[in-house]
Design a protein around this ligand. Structure first.
Ligand SMILES: Cc1ncc(COP(=O)(O)O)c(C=O)c1O
Length: 384
């Protein structure tokens, strides 16, 4: 029998939940705001009973993200941090979590705070080193948290090697796939057990929803996570899910344009004398585990830190703001913004310097983006 051709991810995004309305034949999925559902009869349960545990809009989004990631099931949460905290319920009391020393500041703060509470222990290691798999085996953790590319330095860790090392010591391999999204990286196919997302970023793509998602490789794990999500109440709201599914439909088209713009900007920055280094995830490991390099980049200004105020004085179409993954370009200063929750010492050890600038490249025309950047550089007092 000839094999059925596989539906492409772009098609999955566009068709998710479409044409399934039983009530009126609505093409796009209707929004179900009801917090509660009638029981069909005494002792009988319908598909839904209460909105914390299940909702059609949330399920449609969870199914779509899970399919894109190649998972067995997913849970939609109220934020990316809620998604990460949900997964941490799987760590036994007093267990050990290994996380990257340069992970997102909010993840760093959550892990440290849970450790301070006595919930589990955490150790931050440099997962980009060749010795990281051996370190994982030696430390014998319960959960290995991977974030690649890392925020804000775009360092890459080998998902397959780290996941294999985690499995050697019966630990879970969890990967934060926020920066590339399933349009550019699918960590479950590389051996990770669980994916977390801040859907606030590329998946929604329009900077108008805060949300998160967890996808598990196996059905048992997905069920366990759904149980914890209902138990702790971290599930996402119906309207947020509705908007996020709408955003997801254009994920690949957005990523294509934003990535092309990012490549132009990387070339521009690499030619600037006042830029010491440019961080963009496009090396050998990227070719092995990614299908593209995405739209996030950061760079080290050669300027003195006193000059930063001048650089950020007129950012033009680049909004001077935290977050990432929207259609609009954003520029930020990690040390005083996204990573301010880390101490100076921790930032130093992670390599997040005071002159590091991070950009989320949007869909504006590249000429306008480059013009805005040229203005920023011209405002620097330090000579080019
Ligand atoms: C890599 C990464 N993971 C998780 C989060 C947390 O997501 P949220 O802000 O949706 O809680 C962020 C937020 O910036 C992030 O950059």
């Amino acid at each position: 029998m000839p094999l059925k051709p596989k539906t492409k991810p772009e098609t999955k995004c566009v068709t998710a939940g479409i044409g399934q309305d039983q009530a009126y034949g609505a093409v796009t999925p209707p929004l179900y705001l009801s917090s509660t559902y009638t029981f069909p009869g005494f002792g009988e349960m319908g598909k839904y009973d209460y909105g914390r545990g299940g909702n059609p809009n949330r399920d449609a989004l969870a199914d779509a993200i899970s399919e894109l990631e190649g998972g067995a099931g997913g849970v939609v949460t109220s934020s990316g941090m809620a998604a990460i905290d949900l997964v941490l319920n799987l760590v036994p009391h007093g267990g050990l979590v290994l996380a990257p020393h340069d992970c997102y500041g909010g993840t760093f703060r959550l892990l440290l705070s849970r450790q301070e509470q006595g919930r589990f222990r955490v150790e931050f290691i440099n997962q980009t080193k060749d010795t990281a798999p051996a370190e994982i085996r030696a430390k014998n953790p319960d959960l290995v948290f991977i974030e690649t590319p890392s925020n804000p330095l775009m360092r890459l860790s080998d998902i397959a090697a780290l996941s294999a090392a985690a499995h050697d010591v019966s630990a879970l391999a969890v990967c934060d796939n926020t920066f590339l999204s399933p349009a550019r990286q699918t960590p479950l196919a590389l051996g990770a057990d669980i994916i977390v997302h801040s859907t606030t970023k590329f998946i929604n793509g329009h900077s108008d929803v805060v949300g998160g998602a967890v996808v598990a490789a196996c059905a048992d794990m997905a069920e366990k996570l759904a149980w914890w999500a209902n138990c702790t109440g971290v599930t996402g709201a119906p309207f947020d899910s509705f908007l996020t599914l709408r955003g997801l439909r254009t994920l690949h088209a957005r990523m294509d344009v934003q990535e092309n713009n990012a490549i132009e900007i990387v070339q521009y920055l690499r030619g600037k004398k006042s830029v010491k280094s440019v961080h963009y995830p496009d090396g050998i490991l990227a070719q092995k585990q990614q299908s593209g390099s995405g739209a996030m980049l950061s760079f080290e200004l050669g300027a003195k830190s006193e000059d930063l105020k001048n650089f950020f004085a007129d950012t033009g179409i680049f909004q001077f703001a935290e977050s990432l993954g929207g259609t609009e370009s954003l520029i930020c200063h990690p040390a005083s913004m996204t990573h301010r929750a880390m101490s100076q010492e921790d930032r130093d050890s992670a390599g997040v310097s005071d002159t590091l600038v991070r950009m989320s490249v949007g869909m504006e025309h590249k000429d306008d983006q480059l013009r805005a950047l040229t203005t920023m550089f011209s405002n620097l007092q330090t000579a080019e």
